[in-house]
Design a protein around this ligand. Structure first.
Ligand code: ZN
Ligand code: ZN
Length: 357
């Protein structure tokens, strides 16, 4: 597959990303700022929070992880733009993942800002102290792994990565639910929400037709592709949702993509085409592995036979779980297209569709 490389619209930001550092706070254009907020112990290193100036304060797109360091970085970034945390009127959150949503509650406590989220992600925000809900989630995650054929020895290690889930549910409830196509009433901004499920069931992008910018969250990024996986908080066929959501933004008339990670860039349609082609290739590879196995293979066994960015044996447990669940998303997509067939069990076994004749 021919490599397509996007054009960064801030070389300084791109260089910081590639150089392993945190970029500067930047004015993207009049009335719009980019504030990198660090994420602890994560290769993504930071979330890019966008600050939108309003007549009486600011709104922000995404919030950051719930740590003191992140809060301080956001406060410092707001000061560079000439504002204070108490000036935040609204927090538009692209999706419920902790690096985007985690800090929203604390910002609301400081400023009285409203928090907006899509209903499908809002439905996944459990009560802050509901330990029972967390245990139930871990049990459901374990069930997904059992049906994937994860070896017994690794099961608890993989399912017990519950700290991640804990971060995901220890969150404030949103004040506003934003639907697909909704216009946000932000003075001076013609911002419209676009529902882009896939990476999460309620992922939102925000487009400004007059400024020709797309706040793309984790949906479209410069170099990486977001994890699209089957898990207890995903839709039944998240890859189908994701590919539809790529199509939904592909033809937008924008000049610049403002993602939540890495760096901002110019070419939306070309990047979308490249990501779609990447998934086509992955689907074809998985179909080949299932065909080569012939007489039924588990999702986990398929995952171990795929090409990853490093040898399977060296992938740490948490990432193996994501790899398994991503493979399951692709198998589920192929099943819906009748390119593979699933025989349910513990584990589910996957067959080439021709065998079903
Ligand atoms: Zn995410
Ligand atoms: Zn993210």
């Amino acid at each position: 597959m021919a490599k397509f490389v996007v054009t960064p619209s801030s070389e300084a930001q791109r260089d910081a990303w590639l150089g392993g550092t945190i970029p500067e706070v930047e004015r993207v254009r009049p009335g719009l700022w980019s504030v990198p907020v660090p994420i602890p112990i994560n290769p993504l290193r930071y979330v890019l929070v966008y600050v939108l100036e309003l007549p009486d304060g600011v709104a922000i797109v995404d919030a950051g992880w719930n740590t003191d360091e992140a809060y301080a970085a956001l406060a410092a970034g707001l000061r560079v733009a000439g504002y204070d945390m108490t000036d935040v009127k609204g927090v538009l959150v692209t999706h419920l993942h902790p690096d985007h949503y985690g800090l929203a509650g604390r910002i609301r406590e400081a400023s009285g800002a409203w928090i907006a989220l899509h209903p499908a992600d809002a439905a996944l925000v459990h009560d802050r102290y509901d330990e029972g809900a967390i245990d139930a989630l871990v049990a459901r995650e374990r069930a997904v792994l059992v049906r994937s054929g994860v070896p017994e020895l690794t099961l608890d290690e993989l399912a017990g990565a519950s700290m991640m889930i804990r971060h995901m549910v220890s969150m404030a409830k949103p004040d506003r639910l934003v639907e697909d196509g909704e216009r946000l009433d932000l003075p001076g901004w013609d911002l419209r929400a676009i529902w882009t499920p896939g990476h999460s069931p309620g992922h939102l992008c925000f487009v400004s037709p007059s400024r020709k910018v797309l706040f793309s969250g984790d949906h479209v990024l410069a170099k990486i592709t977001p994890i699209v996986a089957v898990h207890p908080q995903s839709g039944p066929n998240p890859l189908a949702d994701y590919l539809d959501s790529l199509a939904a933004v592909r033809t937008l008339d924008v000049e610049e993509v403002l993602p939540a990670h890495e760096y901002r860039f110019l070419e939306l349609a070309e990047r979308v085409d490249y990501v779609m082609a990447h998934h086509d290739e992955r689907l074809a590879e998985i179909e080949r592995v299932v065909a080569a196995a012939g007489d039924g293979v588990s999702c986990w066994a398929v995952a171990t036979r795929l090409t990853w960015s490093r040898p399977w044996e060296t992938i740490p447990p948490f990432m193996r779980r994501a790899a398994n669940n991503e493979t399951l998303a692709h198998l589920t997509w192929l099943e819906a297209k009748k390119r593979v067939r699933r025989v349910p069990g513990e584990p589910d076994l996957w067959f080439p569709e021709a065998n079903s004749l």
